[in-house]
Ligand binder design. Sequence first.
Ligand code: CA
Length: 237
Amino acid sequence: MLVVEDEPNIRELVCLHLGLEGYACASAADGALALKRAEAEQFDLLVLDVMLPGLDGVSLCRAVRRGTLNRDVPILMLTARAEESDKVIGLESGADDYLTKPFGVRELVARARALLRRPEPMPAPPPALDEEGDVAGPPVHIHGFEIDFARRRVRLDRRDIELTDQEFRLLHLLATHAGIVFSREALLTRIWRGDTYVTVRSVDTLVKRLRRRIEADPAHPRFLLTVWGVGYKFADV
Ligand code: CA
């Protein structure tokens, strides 16, 4: 990201907190310098102060939009007064959002994240660890299934079954706890982890998909059972 702000303490504060969020920050203290950087390098986000020496933030914003490398980059404007924000929006400078000074760093980070529209990176589960965080043991055998977590492989009656990663993790979790009922909320937490863009309905959808892959008659499942009013379980041994 590129942070353009002539006041050193605000510039450093913004860079510090975006940096703490894991974003790499370049900074510039005036508009002309910032425009040079924006013409030479592609950024994921620009944070522009409106009042800058030389080229002001609104003109800089327009110039960036007319350029090539960063014409579609999200732009967050920093304004000193509420009237300035009217100017930013009213002049259709091309900014996507604005923050009025003084602003809180949490607000700044939230706006930046929203503009990036990037979901939180989900930690990929290490291949050799199972859902409990233990080192994956030997393949699990149950009801004709052979579920090999380390190899992400499922066989039913010796035939390979192709599953997506989510389908696999749902099957592995339930089958290694056969007979234990999991609520939708519990499954949501375990399968989707920190992803906040899913609801309990996503669990039902995933169960339906998995049933189509593993059940001979998905409408009358033998393995992946519904426990009405509670959730789901894998058929007990
Ligand atoms: Ca300023």
